[in-house]
Design a protein around this ligand. Structure first.
Ligand SMILES: Cc1cc2nc3c(=O)[nH]c(=O)nc-3n(C[C@H](O)[C@H](O)[C@H](O)COP(=O)(O)OP(=O)(O)OC[C@H]3O[C@@H](n4cnc5c(N)ncnc54)[C@H](O)[C@@H]3O)c2cc1C
Length: 380
């Protein structure tokens, strides 16, 4: 935990920890093994005020910031990074509506999202490449009834459970002949929207990831999120701030888990008649894990504080996401090394930490793209 959290943030971390230990900790291994997402827990988190904490109270939220959201996600990911990304993505639909939606959308959907009466999803990525955001085959065509949506999205978290979906798609071309995107809100039970293939992932298996297909989905005239033709801005703002702070927070959870498991195993395992943790090389592993956890923590909570104070945090959040997600891979691998042969036995959670850490890296943008953003902010 970050040392400079205020009293309320410390309290929130402790309440979230208690909830996670009660509802998640003992089930996480089974969810991973069975590739199961515990959808019933969305409502539990909603009832505890832990969904959309950054939403103002007038719309059913807690009126806090992405710092508090990251605190909650770190606690969830300490035990289940898989379920954490399901909650994280639900909040992306919330964030897109809060920051870019119409007043009507906010009044209608934010209270329902905060209470998990609906489950949210954000569908941006297509087979033509997640990094190449502007090259979308999905079309959003204006017609007499509003907007007609056709397309196929891939790698979408909550693909088979989300019923409140935000999509991006091409709605025209600009004067240079380049595709222009819009973002659109698809309410529950809109005909023509269906889930396709469900992916069998390496990690983050407490969440569902797959295709979502739109076939002649008719949306009303007031369904554009943000301005028509400004869908890239909606996607980049939502993913850049809420997606990447979320993925970095999930990485913090894995980092902390890697530290705690290394300490526990190191103290319990007896080798040469003494605890393994007496060996200086093994202490170095524990120290390296803790140093990377502390560095990632400082980077993330510095960046979230910048955003919560109303300033541009995109490059700092990209840096935090890059560092934290890569560090989580290094740390879980080190803990595995410390455990010797036990590290590869599935009875222990460290193999899952490593798989989750690897799956974390592309979600919300790859490490290469994070470096492009950081360098771009300096070279502009
Ligand atoms: C578990 C999981 C959950 C996800 N959830 C969602 C979701 O809910 N909604 C959603 O819309 N998407 C989601 N995604 C998709 C994710 O955002 C994309 O996977 C990611 O943006 C990368 O896109 P891609 O997989 O198409 O890789 P590509 O874009 O095809 O990239 C392939 C390789 O090329 C590199 N590359 C690409 N462009 C550049 C460049 N300019 N400079 C240097 N290197 C480059 C990449 O770094 C990568 O190494 C999820 C992905 C995962 C794994």
């Amino acid at each position: 935990m970050f040392e400079f959290f205020n009293e309320n943030q410390v309290m929130l971390a402790s309440v979230a920890k208690e909830l996670v230990e009660k509802e998640i900790a003992t089930h996480a291994a089974e969810w991973d093994e069975k590739d199961h997402c515990p959808t019933e827990l969305f409502k539990v988190f909603g009832q505890q005020g832990m969904l959309g904490v950054f939403v103002p109270e007038q719309y059913g939220g807690a009126g806090l910031g992405i710092t508090e959201r990251s605190i909650i996600l770190e606690e969830v990911a300490r035990h289940s990074a898989g379920f954490a990304i399901a909650l994280m993505t639900h909040d992306l639909a919330t964030a897109a509506i809060l920051n870019h939606g119409t007043e009507e959308m906010k009044k209608t959907w934010l209270p329902k999202l905060c209470a998990a009466e609906v489950i949210g999803g954000l569908s941006v990525t297509e087979a033509t490449g997640g990094s190449d955001l502007s090259n979308q085959a999905t079309t959003i065509e204006k017609n007499s009834a509003g907007y007609l949506l056709n397309g196929r999205k891939v790698f979408i978290t909550n693909s088979h459970i989300a019923n409140l979906n935000i999509w991006t798609g091409t709605s025209g071309v600009n004067e240079k002949g380049r595709k222009v995107l819009s973002a659109i809100l698809i309410p529950p039970e809109t005909p023509g929207l269906s889930a396709g293939r469900k992916e069998n992932k390496l990690g983050l298996r407490g969440s569902i990831t797959g295709e979502v297909i739109a076939k002649d989905v008719q949306c009303g005239p007031d369904s554009i999120v943000g301005k028509e033709g400004k869908g890239s801005a909606v996607a980049l703002h939502t993913i850049g701030n809420y997606g990447r702070s979320g993925m970095a927070a999930i990485a913090l959870g894995i980092l902390r888990a890697s530290v705690e498991e290394a300490v526990k195993f190191g103290n319990e395992r007896i080798i040469y008649g003494n605890p393994l943790s007496k060996i200086p090389e093994m202490q170095a592993i524990i120290a390296d894990n803790q140093v990377e956890y502390e560095a990632a923590t400082a980077m993330l909570y510095n960046a979230t504080a910048i955003y919560d104070n109303g300033k541009d945090a995109i490059p700092k959040l990209a840096a935090a996401k890059y560092f934290a997600t890569e560090a989580a891979v290094r740390a879980s691998r080190r803990t595995m090394d410390l455990m010797g042969g036990y590290g590869v036995i599935n009875e222990y959670p460290v193999g899952r930490f490593l798989r989750d850490a690897l799956a974390n890296i592309p979600s919300g943008g790859t490490s290469q793209i994070m470096r492009v953003i950081v360098a771009g902010s300096l070279l502009r």
